[in-house]
Every structure is written in structure tokens, then in C-alpha cells.
Write a protein that binds this ligand. Structure first.
Ligand SMILES: *[C@@H]1O[C@H](CO)[C@@H](O)[C@H](O)[C@H]1NC(C)=O
Ligand SMILES: *[C@@H]1O[C@H](CO)[C@@H](O)[C@H](O)[C@H]1NC(C)=O
Ligand SMILES: *[C@@H]1O[C@H](CO)[C@@H](O)[C@H](O)[C@H]1NC(C)=O
Ligand SMILES: *[C@@H]1O[C@H](CO)[C@@H](O)[C@H](O)[C@H]1NC(C)=O
Ligand SMILES: *[C@@H]1O[C@H](CO)[C@@H](O)[C@H](O)[C@H]1NC(C)=O
Ligand SMILES: *[C@@H]1O[C@H](CO)[C@@H](O)[C@H](O)[C@H]1NC(C)=O
Ligand SMILES: *[C@@H]1O[C@H](CO)[C@@H](O)[C@H](O)[C@H]1NC(C)=O
Ligand SMILES: *[C@@H]1O[C@H](CO)[C@@H](O)[C@H](O)[C@H]1NC(C)=O
Length: 242
């Protein structure tokens, strides 16, 4: 009798001995290996909330739907996601938002294709990390109070089809790296305080159909291909001397 009990006990403890590591292992696996899509979503949500916290009070109030109880960022105001649930479009326009882009974590949005912050009160400069938005097609920062120079990293965004930086306080020269955006059709940078000569590299923009840089203090020679593009476009204001 006792021997059966002993055997059972022995079996049970050996079972436990094998089961405990298995349990510990599976708990560990479950907690650490959430799918990459979920990790991206959490990182994007965190980054948006951190940026929101850097904006002025009224802007934070305006973005009250940006909260974790409201679920995924895909449901938040001005945010759209792709089919995989990753943030693809950020459109926060005409909303009186006030703050800077310094706390915007560009590397956290690898799938962003559209960033439209048009007609707000964003100030400060354009961080060089904007070059991290490798899939960005549309960039619209028009009608804000953005200052400083255009970072040369803009030349890394070779998916861009539309850039509008018009009506800001941008200074300095147009970076030569803009010429790297060889497939870019549309570039609006009018009504800033840009100076210097137009970089010859702009001549590499073979597909440009609309380019506006009036009401700056630009000088110099218009690269020949741009001149052709301008000939069937509306360049107003002072044309650089030819
Ligand atoms: C912004 O909100 C915080 C906390 O609600 C408050 O302490 C601060 O005074 C507010 N600032 C302005 C400028 O309204
Ligand atoms: C969070 O967002 C939801 C959905 O927009 C909203 O109903 C709720 O009031 C928000 N919560 C806070 C604390 O702002
Ligand atoms: C995001 O913006 C792009 C470019 O404007 C557009 O083609 C696409 O439909 C938008 N995506 C969503 C989910 O709205
Ligand atoms: C800019 O946004 C304000 C609201 O903040 C709106 O009243 C105004 O009409 C907008 N301007 C343009 C040109 O859309
Ligand atoms: C960005 O938003 C403004 C204001 O709503 C709109 O007029 C403009 O067409 C948008 N830009 C792009 C590229 O969609
Ligand atoms: C992001 O941009 C910065 C500045 O251009 C660069 O140093 C960094 O390597 C980039 N990171 C990624 C992940 O692309
Ligand atoms: C962009 O352009 C600059 C200046 O023309 C050049 O030095 C650089 O190698 C180019 N490539 C990238 C990816 O920026
Ligand atoms: C150029 O201006 C004319 C007259 O103002 C207008 O009809 C035409 O649509 C404009 N073209 C472009 C490409 O904006």
C-alpha cells in the first residue's frame, strides 16, 4: 500500500520537477514575444503621447482623443494606419496647434507616408531626424512659424512626391541635397526668408512640374531643367537674375 503511495508521490514530484521549468518558460515566452506589429503600435502610441505632452495646454486639450483608454492610435484624431495597423498618415491641420517638432520621434514612424501639419503655430526648426521617414511621400508644413534652415537630410527622403514648406520663417540656403529627390514633381518653398543662390543640383529634378520659391531672397542662376519646368508654371515674385 505504502509503496504505491510512494510511487505516486514520486511520479507527482517528478512531474512537477519537469512542469515548473516549462511553466516558467512559457510565461516568459508569452510576455516577451508579442508580435512585431504590436510592438510597433505600442512604440508609435508612446511616441505620439510624448509629442502631445510637449505641446501647449490648448493643443493637448484639442488632442484629448489621444489617450490609451481610447485604444489604438489608429482611432485617434488625425491619425490613420495602414492595413498592418502601423501609423501611415498624420494630418493635423487648421487646428491652432502650438509647439515644436523637437519631441517628435521620427525614427518611431517607419511607415509614415503623409505628414500634414499645415496652418498651425508650430515653431522651432525642422529636426535633422526627419531623414528617418524613409517612406514619406507627402510633407506639408505650410503656414506655420517654423524657423532655422532646411536640414540637408531632406535629401534622404527619396519617396517624396510633394513638399510644401511655404509661409514659414525658414532661413539659410536651399540644401544641395534637394537635388537628390530626382523624382520630385512638386516643391513649394515660397514666402520664407531663404537666401543665397539656388543650388545647381536642383537641375537634377527632372520631373518637377511645380516649383514655387518666390518671396525669398534667393539669387543666382536658375538651373536649366528648372527653367524649363518654370516655363509652363506660375513663378511669381522676383525671379533670380539669369
Ligand atoms: C497648463 O496646465 C497645467 C496643468 O493643468 C497648469 O499647471 C498650467 O498653469 C497650464 N499652463 C497654461 C499656460 O495655461
Ligand atoms: C480618451 O478618448 C476618448 C475617445 O475620444 C474620449 O471619449 C475620452 O474622454 C478621452 N479620455 C480622456 C481622459 O481624455
Ligand atoms: C494616406 O495618405 C496617402 C497619400 O495622400 C493616401 O494615398 C492614402 O490613402 C492615405 N491612407 C489612409 C489610410 O488614409
Ligand atoms: C487656418 O486655421 C484656422 C483655424 O485655426 C482657420 O480659421 C483658417 O481659416 C485656416 N486658414 C486657412 C487658409 O485654411
Ligand atoms: C494639408 O492640409 C491642408 C489644410 O487642410 C490642405 O489644404 C492641404 O491640401 C493638405 N496638403 C496635402 C498635401 O494634402
Ligand atoms: C535618424 O536620423 C539621424 C539624423 O539624421 C541619424 O543619425 C540616424 O542614424 C537615423 N536613424 C535611423 C534609424 O534611420
Ligand atoms: C545627397 O546630396 C548630397 C549633396 O549633393 C550628396 O553629398 C549626398 O551623397 C547625396 N545623397 C544622400 C543620400 O543624401
Ligand atoms: C497659372 O495661373 C493661371 C492664371 O492665374 C491659372 O489659370 C493656372 O491654373 C495656373 N497654373 C498652375 C499650374 O498653377
Amino acid at each position: 500500500m505504502t509503496s504505491i503511495l510512494q510511487k505516486l508521490l514520486c511520479l507527482f514530484s517528478s512531474l512537477l520537477f519537469h512542469l515548473i521549468p516549462l511553466l516558467v518558460f512559457s510565461v516568459h515566452v508569452l510576455s516577451s514575444a508579442s508580435p512585431p506589429a504590436v510592438q510597433t503600435e505600442v512604440a508609435e502610441a508612446d511616441s505620439l503621447l510624448r509629442w502631445k505632452a510637449s505641446l501647449d495646454n490648448q493643443s493637448q486639450y484639442f488632442l484629448s482623443s489621444w489617450n490609451t483608454t481610447a485604444g489604438r492610435p489608429c482611432n485617434w484624431f488625425g491619425i490613420q494606419c495602414n492595413e498592418a495597423g502601423s501609423v501611415s498618415n498624420i494630418s493635423l491641420t487648421d487646428s491652432g496647434l502650438e509647439g515644436t517638432l523637437q519631441s517628435f520621434s521620427f525614427p518611431s514612424f517607419p511607415n509614415l507616408v503623409k505628414l500634414n501639419l499645415s496652418n498651425n503655430s508650430f515653431h522651432g526648426n525642422i529636426p535633422s531626424h526627419i531623414g528617418n521617414l524613409s517612406k514619406l511621400k507627402i510633407l506639408d508644413f505650410s503656414v506655420n512659424e517654423i524657423s532655422g534652415s532646411i536640414p540637408q537630410e531632406i535629401g534622404m527622403l527619396n519617396s517624396l512626391t510633394y513638399i510644401d514648406l511655404s509661409d514659414n520663417f525658414l532661413t539659410g540656403t536651399i540644401p544641395a541635397s534637394t537635388g537628390n529627390l530626382t523624382a520630385l514633381p512638386i516643391l513649394y518653398i515660397q514666402r520664407n526668408q531663404l537666401s543665397g543662390s539656388l543650388p545647381q543640383e536642383l537641375g537634377m529634378l527632372k520631373f518637377v512640374t511645380e516649383i514655387f520659391f518666390s518671396e525669398n531672397s534667393l539669387t543666382g542662376i536658375i538651373p536649366i531643367s528648372i527653367e524649363l519646368a518654370l516655363s509652363h508654371n506660375n513663378l511669381t515674385g522676383p525671379i533670380p537674375t539669369l
